[in-house]
Design a protein around this ligand. Structure first.
Ligand code: GLN
Length: 505
């Protein structure tokens, strides 16, 4: 077991804490020191709450000393994407329009983290309102990829992927509307899980597209994701789309890591052409590892996936345009008075505020969504997209008749350079070609590192998808693959990333 507390996994930290070998204060302080050293270069955080995290750590240490029963992860710190409401802590969604907003309440997920005794280190950077695949749409500047600081850490949750990849936190929370947990995991060599839609409460998650949004874990190991998943999942009466059913046995699945007899379906439409050669090669090798571990491979076809991106970019902007209407300069956040107007009307203030407060990508999607929903076009655009959504769900149902899980590369390429796709929205959207179908169908997905996939030594991801509420299968496959690959690599993939000591100096 590693002695550097910042490099320990959450499971290892839980053991050390449980055995009384370290205190939560020591762990929390080590991580905060790491942040002080490297986050100037990586920029994972929008807000660090050192005092709050240490106070929470002390509370856990006191409870442990008093012999109180504690959650297994009590005392293990976590970072939270800035799209979740945190009482007393700024929540900006990476947008100027929410600059300075401090929520008066906790999201259910955040309340569960606190109740389980996980100190919250801070709020992580993200593309504005979770729109993007690189964090370059953050109003507060991009996060950077710890493997190469000139490259993107994925998006929209690049703050949460880079915070775990740069050893500033063992655990982070992300949200995945079209891939924003899985794609960042893939390009940073980390693990990310999108639970079944409704598996984790959306209460207090600032909505991008309500029918697609789902929060989940960002970690360095599959077991850590399962442990965090278990803390945040479960029914919540405050969210009308929350599933009222037992949480799938994710931790047990991750620990057993058993894929013998499992039917692994390779999705024809999500492999081959369009995927970088090295990404495809690492994928093929990973499949072979699963076969060696006793799984059986079948090929499946999901023909409607060809239209998934088009359907998503009508449904998402439609829902987003409606969800973002609440940022009206009247209730919270930014308020801008229009230039040269003496006694501006509410509408003029609203227009000036939304003009100054929203970035280009957000405006683009509000315009697109408003258009798609307008009478006369509703059936042609939004209505058609909903029909495609149904076809995609049907494709999944058929595929899951012959396969227990489906697999593909998570993202088509390794991390691209900052600025490379910023002026080309379509190129940016294409990063989520393999992740978006799962959101449209509401099924769970996981990304695990598949290896280094290009001449620059950058990581790629392997995606696993399962039927709704069969999240445990993701963890069985992910953990089995992780065990075989790290044995082949002689340790975790992240051991090969630059240690950032140079930037820390
Ligand atoms: N990149 C996708 C988008 O821009 C997904 C975003 C997300 O999952 N939040 O919409």
């Amino acid at each position: 077991m590693t002695t550097d507390l910042t490099r320990a996994t959450a499971a290892e930290l839980a053991d050390l804490l449980g055995a009384g070998s370290v205190s939560s204060r020591e762990v929390t302080r080590a991580l905060l020191e790491r942040t002080a050293a490297v986050d100037g270069a990586v920029h994972s955080y929008l807000h660090v709450d050192g005092d709050g995290a240490l106070a929470a750590a002390d509370a856990v240490d006191r409870a442990r000393a008093a012999g109180e029963p504690l959650h297994a992860l009590a005392g293990v710190p976590v970072a939270v994407k800035d799209v979740l409401a945190t009482k007393g802590l700024p929540t900006t969604c990476g947008s100027r329009i929410l600059q300075g907003w401090v929520p008066p309440y906790d999201a259910t997920l955040v309340a569960r983290l606190r109740a389980a005794g996980l100190p919250i280190l801070g709020k992580t950077n993200m593309d504005e309102f979770a729109m993007g695949s690189s964090t370059e749409h953050s109003a507060y500047g991009p996060s950077r990829n710890p493997w190469d600081l000139e490259r993107i850490p994925g998006g929209s949750g690049g703050g949460s992927s880079s915070v775990v990849a740069s050893f500033q936190a063992p655990l982070a929370i992300g949200t995945d509307t079209g891939g924003s947990i899985r794609q960042p995991a893939a390009v940073t060599g980390t693990v990310g899980a999108k639970p079944t839609y409704g598996g984790v409460s959306r209460y207090g998650l600032v909505a991008l597209a309500s029918s697609l949004d789902q929060a989940g874990p960002c970690t360095r190991t599959v077991l850590d994701s399962a442990l965090l998943h278990e803390v945040i999942a479960g029914h919540d009466p405050m969210d009308s789309t929350s599933v009222d059913a037992p949480v799938p046995p994710v931790v047990e699945a991750a620990r057993r890591a058993d894929v013998s007899g499992m039917r692994i379906g390779i999705v024809r439409e999500l492999t081959g052409e369009g995927f970088q050669a090295g990404v495809q090669a690492r994928f093929d090798e990973a499949v072979q590892h699963l076969v060696d571990a006793g799984a059986e491979v079948v090929e499946v076809s999901c023909p409607s996936f060809t239209y998934a991106l088009a359907a998503y970019y009508l449904i998402l902007p439609s829902e987003a345009s409606s969800n973002l209407a609440k940022f009206d300069a009247m209730r919270y956040g930014l308020r801008v008075a229009p230039d040269g107007v003496d006694a501006p009307s509410a509408e003029q203030v609203m227009a000036a505020t939304r003009d100054a407060g929203f970035g280009d990508e957000v405006k683009r999607r509000i315009i697109l969504g408003t258009y798609a929903l307008s009478s006369g076009y509703y059936d042609a655009y939004y209505g058609s997209a909903q029909k495609v959504r149904r076809l995609i769900a049907d494709d999944f149902s058929r595929a899951f008749e012959t396969a227990d899980v489906l697999v593909s590369p998570t993202a088509p390429t390794t991390a691209f350079r900052l600025g490379d796709k910023l002026d080309d929205p379509m190129a940016m959207y294409l990063n989520d070609i393999a992740t978006i179908p799962a959101n449209l169908a509401g099924i769970p997905g996981l990304s695990v590192p598949s290896g280094l996939a290009d001449e620059d030594g950058l990581p790629a991801g392997f995606q696993v998808l399962a039927p709704a509420m069969a999240d445990d299968r993701l963890y069985s496959v992910g953990a089995a693959l992780e065990a075989r690959l790290s044995a082949a690599w002689g340790g975790p993939l992240l051991d090969r990333a630059p240690d950032l000591t140079e930037v820390a100096r």
